[in-house]
Design a protein around this ligand. Structure first.
Ligand SMILES: [Mg+2]
Length: 178
């Protein structure tokens, strides 16, 4: 049996650029507009996101979007960006605790170690400085986390595809929760 590999990937500024908009505001070039529950969003897929996710799917990786936002809204935004079909699952903050951490995994996020949102993302996987201890925490970040440059729209100057080798290499690292 093949080892299950999971790529957890952040949503906003990693796979898509998203901006909160005002009602009636025109979307900037390349962005699509959507309204949900009285909230207005402008969304653009990162050009390198689809090729990046497809390459990982070809490697038999499960792709789980891990987001601090709402599972439903982030799902809508990913579908609007035509990326929804490329992901296995979406876990938002409302489903925190639903994520299972397999032996081989990475987390791709535009945020880095030290940022509260990044630490919350890891805590959604049950990994906090408190639960695993400082030494192991630092080791987990080093072995399993990959930082990408934030994408805010426009040109994708630092494409996710450039991280494929690093992601594949870190997927070879194993993780024991105990
Ligand atoms: Mg982000």
């Amino acid at each position: 049996m093949k080892t299950k590999k999971t790529v957890f990937v952040d949503c906003n500024d990693t796979l898509i650029a998203v901006r909160h908009a005002n009602r009636g505001e025109e979307a900037p070039a390349g962005f699509k507009a959507i309204e949900r529950d009285g909230q207005y969003f402008h969304v653009m897929a990162r050009p390198s996101a689809a090729p990046f996710l497809s390459a990982l799917a070809q490697d038999d990786c499960e792709i789980v979007v891990l987001t601090g936002g709402s599972t439903r809204i982030q799902g809508l935004l990913l579908n609007l960006a035509r990326l929804g079909r490329l992901v296995t699952d979406i876990i938002g903050y409302d489903l925190r605790g639903a994520a299972e951490v397999p032996e081989n995994w990475v987390l791709v996020d535009d945020l880095q170690n030290g940022s509260i949102s990044f630490e919350e993302k890891l805590s959604m996987l049950g990994i906090t400085r408190k639960t695993v201890g400082e030494t192991k925490y630092v080791q987990v970040v080093k072995q399993h986390c990959v930082q990408c440059v934030a994408f805010k729209g426009g040109e994708d100057k630092d494409p996710l595809s450039g991280l494929l080798d690093t992601v594949r290499e870190k997927l070879g690292n194993t993780y024991q929760s105990k």
